[in-house]
Write a protein that binds this ligand. Structure first.
Ligand SMILES: [Zn+2]
Length: 183
């Protein structure tokens, strides 16, 4: 497990985070595999404690009354995914149909970023960014450590990531973003 450097005192990222948005002190306690990158904090709106784990090709987020509970929930999901004989689809369970190539397992709700070939249709890009797309774009613009890690782990996808970033920027510029839900 690698802890995101904005949580590690003495790093440039930690110094920056202390000035902008300090993350709570926390020590992960679950046996995450070696290649996992983890981070945690409190959401902005609403301020829910969260714990996020980035594994090759996927991303797991847990939320709870505190960060330990959020980590426990994320790890329970990780274990659930490990036991599942997945059934992949483009439909997010209880949510939208994704045409960007992402897949979700109908049984355990696991997520994979490039499970299918993307479907593009005319006019599909003429719409505001969803909250999830906005978070994704912001992380591509500001989380340099994550970008370096992605480039190292998935060098073949680098051109696709750059293309997606340009596309999301154009859409944000032309169409803005959907209103954030505060419920
Ligand atoms: Zn599954």
């Amino acid at each position: 497990m690698k802890i995101a450097s904005h949580h590690v005192p003495g790093t440039r990222e930690h110094e920056l985070a202390q000035r902008i948005r300090p993350a709570p002190d926390y020590t992960p306690n679950k046996p995450w595999p070696e290649e996992t990158r983890v981070q945690w904090g409190h959401g902005i709106v609403p301020a829910v404690p969260f714990f996020e784990a980035f594994l090759p090709g996927t991303f797991i987020r847990g939320e709870g009354k505190d960060i330990a509970e959020a980590e426990a929930k994320a790890f329970a999901q990780y274990e659930r995914e490990g036991r599942c004989d997945h059934q992949w689809g483009r439909q997010r369970p209880g949510g939208d149909l994704y045409t960007n190539g992402a897949g979700w397992c109908r049984k355990c709700r696991a997520f994979r970023s490039s499970m299918f070939r993307p479907i593009t249709k005319l006019g599909a890009h003429r719409k505001p960014l969803s909250t999830m797309e906005l978070h994704h774009l912001e992380s591509m613009e500001t989380d340099h450590e994550m970008n370096e890690w992605m480039d190292r782990v998935y060098p073949d996808d680098r051109a696709d990531r750059e293309k997606l970033k340009r596309l999301l920027r154009v859409r944000r510029h032309l169409f803005g973003t959907v209103e954030r839900k505060t419920a």
